[in-house]
Design a protein around this ligand. Sequence first.
Ligand SMILES: NC(=O)c1ccc[n+]([C@@H]2O[C@H](COP(=O)([O-])OP(=O)(O)OC[C@H]3O[C@@H](n4cnc5c(N)ncnc54)[C@H](O)[C@@H]3O)[C@@H](O)[C@H]2O)c1
Length: 351
Amino acid sequence: MNYEFPKPPRSLAGKVAIVTGAGAAGDGIGNGRACAILLAEDGCAVVCVDRDLKLAQRTVEMIEAERETTTTTTSTTPHIQKQGQSQSQDDPDTDRTTTPLAIAIAADVSIEADCKRIVDTTLHHFGRLDILINCVGIAGAPGTAVDVDMTAWAASMQVNVASMVMMTKYAVPAMIYKRPNNSNSNTDNNSETETDTNPDTSIYTEIDPNWMYRGSIVNMSSVAGLKGGTPHLLYPTSKGAIVNMTRAMAAHHAPQGVRVNCVCPGMVYTPMMYAGGKQPKKKMSEAARQARKNRSLLKTEGNGWDVGTAVRFLAGPQARWLTGVILPVDAGATAAVGTDVPDLKAASVNG
Ligand SMILES: NC(=O)c1ccc[n+]([C@@H]2O[C@H](COP(=O)([O-])OP(=O)(O)OC[C@H]3O[C@@H](n4cnc5c(N)ncnc54)[C@H](O)[C@@H]3O)[C@@H](O)[C@H]2O)c1
């Protein structure tokens, strides 16, 4: 059927995403890992970033394992047309066999040089950038205003808020400006050339007519950024900052064709909760788990997939008319008063 106004596509084939915090303990499904796997499932090439390379590499292996299963029945291998290359310069057959679905990068997104390196490596490897998922976030400095350590406070804000600013600082130019053709792309992800990092700031990339935008960014906040009621001050403060930072970024970058949205997960059960992250002794008790469920209207437990599917929707062309949206993914926890409020300390991320 030929519609006058074509439906927005669902596929992400040929697009490239960066997901920060894409690792998770063991084979667990954290929010970042879920985002990476789900974006790849829709054909997107994904750069999986984590300060722990092994965890990011495991996400890449999981993506490759999923692809092996699906490619036996369908051909979902993305054909990535590098920015600055015309269709005829690209050899689709060569690309289909050599382009990986995902790569892993070890980086600390609280360090600006690392953020730049992540974007440079992405461009060098894949030749374009379409989607940025700013997922890294930590519980951070414990305490109320009375007892929080201000050095720890500043360091935590650097991880939770400044990292998203710095990733966006390098990602937006990569999304919107054309770069001269670089035939060395996709050969060695550790040897970026000047060509990769040197966009022509007088020329914007073409807008995919079905996408109607050049790039999109999804920032990971939390229901803790929408309401009070958590025992420590740093986490809700930083997550609240991400909410309004998203709206401000949406206004700044809309004229350049970049959408910026935000997801606010409720208390989802991720490896940070059930494996205690790197501190297994902090594993969550069953009572705390139940208390977290009770905090929502649906009183069911969400997990990384529930967050990842919301992120994938906002990142992709199905959401092409959305920017500046703050989307709670919380089983209704923030929709009503009167849900059971659990023991705050027991249900807290860092309590
Ligand atoms: N789990 C929840 O209940 C929940 C609820 C609301 C929001 N969130 C948010 O979701 C995001 C992910 O949380 P999660 O629980 O899925 O994952 P997580 O806490 O297990 O972290 C995922 C990965 O981030 C990496 N990471 C941490 N700091 C980093 C840094 N500076 N640079 C690079 N990588 C770094 C870790 O190594 C880890 O592999 C966070 O922003 C968190 O605040 C989580």
